[in-house]
Design a protein around this ligand. Sequence first.
Ligand SMILES: Cc1cc2nc3c(=O)[nH]c(=O)nc-3n(C[C@H](O)[C@H](O)[C@H](O)COP(=O)(O)OP(=O)(O)OC[C@H]3O[C@@H](n4cnc5c(N)ncnc54)[C@H](O)[C@@H]3O)c2cc1C
Length: 429
Amino acid sequence: MRHVIIGNGAAGISAALAIRDRRPTDRIDIISDEPHRHYSRVMLTDLIAGSVSEEKVYLVGPDFYREHGLVAHLGNTVGAIEPGAKTVHLASEPPLPYDRLLLAAGAAPNALSAPSTSDARVASSTPGITAHTTQGVYTLRTLDDALRVRRRALESRTALVSGGGMVGLKVATALTRLGLAVTVVAASRRVFSQVLEASAAEVFRHLLEEAGIRILTGDEIHTLEGRGWVERAHLRSGASVACDLVIVGKGVAPRLDLARRAEIACERGVLVDEYLETNRPGIFAAGDVAEAFDPSLDGRSPHALWPLAIEQGELAGANMAGDRRPYAGGVPMNSFHWDRIAVITLGASVPRGPQDHVLSKIDARRGIVRQLVFKGNRLTGAALIGDVDGAGALRALIQTGATPPVGLMESLLDGKLRKAWARWTMARA
Ligand SMILES: Cc1cc2nc3c(=O)[nH]c(=O)nc-3n(C[C@H](O)[C@H](O)[C@H](O)COP(=O)(O)OP(=O)(O)OC[C@H]3O[C@@H](n4cnc5c(N)ncnc54)[C@H](O)[C@@H]3O)c2cc1C
């Protein structure tokens, strides 16, 4: 059997290893339009900050592909998938036939019209920004993007980050660590608006400001100006900010071009069934590109999260190799450290409708937030800052959709979870 995997990221590599475990002699081709071996996107901001070297960002050694019997086509773009002929067309190699195909093509920054680009294309294709300058404006998705940003940052004193989400805030922190004066401008009324409710976002904003980051909410870049390199951003409010570099971090969108042209069903992402197979038999999808089941929403949604890409990649690979394992859906989980402060968000962590309500416990002085979101009695999401005790139990509760009794809910909120959780799960067993 021949397996072709488009994507050398978390989903693609997890799938390749799951197939190899089950089918030691099958041919597996893995393709990436980036020239690098598999690396961690999550660590790119550490690379920018200089806290890790480029070598540490790679998650596999140079011999990994050979050792696992994978045929790697790095730096090679897939131009088209031909499902009728079960063939993938590459830009600079002969077509590859397949029996099973995985689309693990990831996502691209929203501001871009192309996945990886020169500064000029970023500025000219960023909606809503009039650019009188073209240099020093970046998005951050790839290792090459991170190396470019680091090079520019090392010769800069000021930076502007457009976007108050995960990537924007991670890069703002990295640039601050390099000694730059950093301003974040977010169109929404609060930072991290997709995952933090207002009072939690306020605590988080305070932590960022204490770290030296200037935060402007409810505003956007209108014009970038500079002679050659960017020098100043004019915002819609009329304010202006000096900046030697600009990062546009306004979310990502699944890379759907190949799927759409091959008439693979897509909505916001590539649609998959419970086995992560698309409407085209033998073609699967996983990771940022896929729109899979999310139990916290009780519906499908694309997510751009590393742990979900791994989970889905493993399962898609197992099913490509002949297993028949249904995907129970993954609760979106994001876990990172802000200096020494741990942050974990789980599931639908902001209220989305009239049935949703929030229980929270906030100690602003100590920078601690425990926020739980319920739909009726069902826990659908949580945000934990500073005290992340019991995150695993919360994730399990969101995943199963079980209704916790009142006593357990109080413990969930207090963080004194372990004993109460053990008692409850034992009582249910
Ligand atoms: C700066 C940054 C920080 C992040 N921090 C976090 C974090 O703290 N926590 C977290 O959970 N997530 C984080 N993420 C998100 C996380 O990295 C992604 O969810 C994850 O990498 C998705 O993996 P994937 O395999 O689905 O896609 P990707 O890693 O994007 O891989 C897609 C692959 O497809 C290839 N490809 C696409 N189209 C083609 C084509 N036409 N031809 C050939 N190859 C193609 C690409 O070359 C690439 O190899 C961060 C992302 C970034 C950029």
